[in-house]
Design a protein around this ligand. Structure first.
Ligand SMILES: [Zn+2]
Length: 266
């Protein structure tokens, strides 16, 4: 089965790049799938619900969410697994940070860089776009129909859908996003971090720290985000112009100010 998934992943990445920006799935459906995949991917994990790291994940999450201006039903879970250097954001704003990535993110701005990048994948609808590529391939495994829940899918379709959504470490593999989607997530992720008041220069430093890991095996997050040194270099080129553009950003007022009539009426 794993070989079949690898073959499909290869086909997705090589044969249908022209469809990379087509999304035939509605937000409503993708958000429902996000909820299901979140439950599936985190069901056997130990969730941390107190302490400084938990507070930091909530704080960074709320700030990045506000900066993204997406109206998602956000959730930010901190999962206890010191060996899993990973993070993801599913459609609809379902975020998970594994404790194993915290030594590499090192500080709050480093975590904001990771969180901003993952949130950007969700806001740019990269999961739905990848599922569209998958559906257009008309894989022999059976195409996913809009409206079908994860539990209604065949085992093969369910696993492929999880991979398209950006999770699936429990299958022992993850599917990298295309280079184009990665660049989009890098740029928008940095915008969110800057708007949220974090230090964007921590992003290239984070990638450099990632590249120095290795040794005991490539971190999960890095396995789907290759070429960290090149990424650090182009982020450094981007940061000055993104900072100039985003320092004017102000949060939208969510509660309209009601005009109260002064004076009395009779
Ligand atoms: Zn990415």
């Amino acid at each position: 089965m794993r070989n079949a998934l690898r073959l499909l992943a290869f086909l997705l990445l090589t044969l249908v790049p022209a469809c990379a920006n087509l999304n035939m799935f509605s937000d409503e459906y993708m958000n429902a799938l996000g909820v299901q995949a979140y439950a599936e991917e985190t069901k056997s994990a130990v969730e941390i619900k107190t302490g400084a790291d938990y507070e930091m994940v909530q704080r960074v999450g709320q700030k990045i969410a506000a900066a993204s201006e997406a109206s998602f039903a956000w959730e930010f879970k901190l999962l206890k697994d010191d060996k899993e250097a990973n993070a993801f954001c599913l459609p609809g704003g379902k975020v998970a940070i594994y404790t194993g990535i915290l030594p590499t993110t090192m500080n709050e701005s480093g975590l904001a860089a990771v969180m901003g990048h993952e949130v950007a994948h969700a806001i740019l609808r990269h999961g739905g776009k990848r599922m569209t590529q998958e559906a257009l391939l008309s894989v022999a495994l059976g195409a996913v129909q809009e409206g079908m829940s994860l539990s209604e899918m065949s085992k093969e379709s369910r696993e492929l859908t999880m991979l398209a959504l950006g999770v699936g470490s429990r299958l022992g593999m993850l599917l990298p996003y295309s280079r184009g989607h990665e660049t989009e997530a890098d740029i928008d992720g940095l915008r969110y971090a800057i708007r949220a008041g974090y230090d964007p220069w921590e992003a290239p430093k984070l990638w450099e720290r990632m590249s120095k890991l290795g040794g005991g095996g490539t971190p999960v997050w890095l396995s789907t985000h290759p070429a960290p040194d090149a990424r650090a270099a182009y982020l450094r080129e981007l940061i000055p112009q993104l900072t100039a553009q985003e320092q004017q950003w102000r949060p939208k007022s969510v509660t309209p100010v009601l005009k109260v009539a002064t004076g009395s009426r009779q």
